[in-house]
Design a protein around this ligand. Structure first.
Ligand SMILES: Cc1cc2nc3c(=O)[nH]c(=O)nc-3n(C[C@H](O)[C@H](O)[C@H](O)COP(=O)(O)OP(=O)(O)OC[C@H]3O[C@@H](n4cnc5c(N)ncnc54)[C@H](O)[C@@H]3O)c2cc1C
Length: 318
């Protein structure tokens, strides 16, 4: 084994929360496995600053690649793995992580473990835990190939302390490849202050809200009172109560918050697939036998149109 490479994602130069979280986790794994930690990024971002969380080195592929491109990202990541001589690669289970990294693994003959929720050093090897069958079971996986690439769900390890020193950055050469795809237009959806996939607290509403107006009047104030990002079930999204970017579940976003409040959501398997690993689940439902109740640490059985406004008032007073 020769080293751990952490891929740090950023939005316009500002690192996503997962960057520090993964670097800190890599530092503790590196100490157990006897491996150095390098953090790498693509584009203009102060990657040396992530030394604060325990990286010993930093690498960067500079250049303006324009809109996100699978081919350029896969090529740039492969170049960084090669330059670092990494045997372990950690990256967020983001859209880019899900899209580009399987290609990198195929290109390098690496093992690939997606969507991990825990990583530990065991017997000199990295063992990754990941959910299977929509979260009904977990598997512990090791990679036997020379390189292992692991994507990790945001919020799996919590916020790290930081406090270390900035490290020097080495540029990695990468010549953009000819891309058969030309992006003609990018549309950025309206986004909330904290993205669902990285949120610590989420309040989601379901079909039971009955209209977009009531979703906005009932769910969003509870989100604001809790400092939470708002999500929705697919039934609520299909009925246009909330935009698709707010859908949680198998065909929506996978979330992993500390707190998930499911309001008037039954807990269908496809919804659970996207939120089951949340630390504390609170269900508000008038049906005490709804499937979501089996997963809830706290259940409030009652009419959401009475419970939620009372909760918002109580939170404001508190
Ligand atoms: C291929 C596929 C992919 C899918 N992907 C997703 C996905 O990504 N995300 C997702 O969410 N779903 C997904 N679904 C849909 C999923 O199967 C469910 O249909 C959906 O999650 C149901 O949404 P819901 O819980 O809001 O509605 P319902 O199942 O109708 O549940 C409404 C709940 O609200 C409660 N309720 C009603 N009125 C009140 C009230 N006044 N007060 C309190 N409680 C009340 C009811 O008791 C009930 O439990 C998918 C389905 C398929 C087939």
């Amino acid at each position: 084994m020769s080293g751990i490479l952490v891929l740090a994602e950023h939005d316009g130069g500002v690192f996503r929360k997962t960057a520090a979280e993964l670097v800190a986790k890599a530092a503790s794994l590196g100490a157990s496995l006897g491996l150095d930690v390098t953090v790498g990024t693509i584009g203009d971002a102060p990657v040396g600053s992530l030394g604060a969380y325990g990286a010993q080195r930093a690498v960067r592929v500079s250049g303006d690649f324009g809109a996100y491109s699978t081919l350029q990202t896969a090529g740039a990541v492969a170049a960084m793995i090669d330059a670092v001589g990494a045997s372990i690669v950690l990256a967020p289970a983001s859209y880019a992580g899900k899209d580009a990294l399987p290609r990198v693994a195929a290109r390098l003959g690496a093992g690939f473990v997606a969507d991990c929720t825990d990583l530990r050093a065991d017997g000199g090897a990295l063992v990754a835990r990941r959910p299977m069958y929509s979260g009904k079971a977990y598997v512990d996986a090791r990679v036997s190939a020379a390189i292992g690439i692991f994507t990790v769900r945001p919020n799996s390890f919590g916020a790290p302390a930081g406090g270390g020193a900035e490290v020097a950055v080495t540029e990695v050469a990468f010549a953009a490849v000819a891309d058969p795809i030309t992006v003609v237009e990018s549309r950025v959806p309206e986004s909330q202050a904290v993205d669902l996939t990285e949120a610590d607290r989420i309040v989601s509403g379901g079909r039971s809200l009955g209209s977009k107006e009531r979703f906005d009047e009932v769910i969003r104030p509870l989100g604001a009172a809790l400092g939470a990002t708002v999500g929705a079930s697919r039934a609520a999204v299909d009925a246009h109560y909330a935009p698709h970017g707010e859908q949680v579940g198998q065909t929506g976003k996978t979330v992993n918050p500390q707190l998930y409040v499911a309001v008037g959501i039954s807990g269908a398997i496809q919804h659970l697939a996207g939120m089951r690993t949340s630390r504390v689940i609170v269900a508000i439902n008038k049906d005490a036998t709804a499937p979501i109740m089996e997963h809830a640490a706290y259940a409030i059985v009652g009419d959401l149109f009475e419970v939620v406004p009372a909760l918002v008032e109580a939170l404001k007073e508190a």
